[in-house]
Design a protein around this ligand. Structure first.
Ligand code: FAD
Length: 302
């Protein structure tokens, strides 16, 4: 029996949905990429533990994805099992100023719910279209705040299916990076927020969102900032002074609004995007001496 047959024979709980040959382009904000051999929306911890054990037993490559807002998927797709968290894995519980949130929860959804609860600390997140899991892996942030700043601990699943709770320090949050990638899957985070006035928190959240959509492209398909900011500088500024705004390869173009965004304007392929990334890196290095490092994660490139 091959792994696909074995997977389809597992008796998952009612809301867990398994599909084969699933186009990943429709699960990413870039709208780019081929198919995943198998794609499963997992609704319970028990089903996730079954998948962790399946992964070990069958040695099938596994990728947990969130909202696909920081992801470039290969044109050949992903030859393995792609997992997305839904149901109880996206739950949210508020106890005073302590919030426990599932990795499948949307970040803008969290931001809005916290403002309604009069809890401050995640106002910056309304304009980041990811999941809590993706925000933990990436230590997503904006306007000087990062998601890790409000996290007290994180629960992860190991590939044995066992859960492990890590402290803030053990999660190793850095600029657009954390140590959580080492685990099979990020499950929940506990946040410590600050009590505040609902109107003030909502107003701050809306102001930050407005500033974001005025200065960054929000209509065309993209994956957010393509490059990390070098220390004390901005990748967008470096791309701008290198004269690369509007530069196009195939269907991919450097945004004319913000140089650190690559847009899928006309059925861009992943190769178009990677060619444009290499072109930008080469020209920014020549012009400024700085080597830009990518922030966007890649899936299925071998
Ligand atoms: C228009 C736009 C604006 C953006 N603005 C910002 C911004 O201001 N600041 C910022 O930091 N980012 C920004 N981003 C990028 C992106 O939204 C963030 O990086 C976000 O945190 C990614 O979350 P995601 O759920 O989409 O992750 P995905 O893109 O799905 O995945 C990212 C990585 O996390 C891993 N992952 C996701 N969930 C889990 C999990 N539960 N367990 C284990 N691994 C997991 C994936 O395997 C992958 O390696 C923007 C993106 C867009 C499209």
């Amino acid at each position: 029996m091959n792994w696909k047959d074995a997977l389809s024979q597992i008796d998952f709980q009612q809301h867990t949905r398994l599909r084969f040959q699933e186009p990943l382009a429709k699960h990413t904000h870039f709208g780019i990429g081929g198919e995943a051999t198998a794609y499963i929306e997992v609704s319970t911890i028990d089903d996730l533990a079954i998948l962790a054990q399946f992964h070990r037993e069958w040695k099938v490559p596994v990728a947990v994805i969130g909202k696909g807002s920081n992801l470039l998927v290969s044109d050949k797709g992903f030859n393995g099992l792609c997992i997305r968290l839904i149901g109880e894995l996206a739950n949210l519980d508020v106890d005073g100023t302590i919030v426990t949130v599932g990795a499948g929860q949307s970040l803008p959804g969290l931001s809005k719910l916290m403002s309604k609860n009069g809890l401050s600390g995640v106002e910056f997140a309304l304009g980041i279209p990811g999941s809590v899991g993706g925000a933990l892996i990436m230590n997503a942030g904006a306007w000087g705040s990062s998601f890790g700043d409000v996290v007290t601990d994180v629960t992860v699943m190991q590939d044995t299916g066992e859960l492990l709770t890590l402290t803030h320090d053990e999660a190793q949050f850095e600029y657009r990076h954390s140590g959580l990638e080492a685990y099979f899957c990020v499950i929940t985070a506990t946040l410590k927020l600050q009590p505040g006035d609902v109107d003030e928190i909502t107003s701050k959240m809306n102001t930050l969102f407005k500033q974001k959509i005025e200065t960054q492209p929000f209509v065309e398909e993209n994956a957010g900032c393509m490059f990390k900011n070098p220390p004390d500088d901005s990748a967008g500024r470096l791309i701008d002074i290198s004269g690369l705004k509007g530069h196009r390869i195939g269907g991919a173009e450097v945004s004319t609004i913000h140089g650190n965004f690559i847009l899928n304007l006309d059925n861009a392929t992943a190769n178009d995007v990677l060619d444009l990334v290499a072109y930008i890196q080469k020209h920014v290095k020549e012009k400024t001496g700085i080597s830009l490092q990518t922030e966007v994660k890649r899936l299925g490139f071998g």
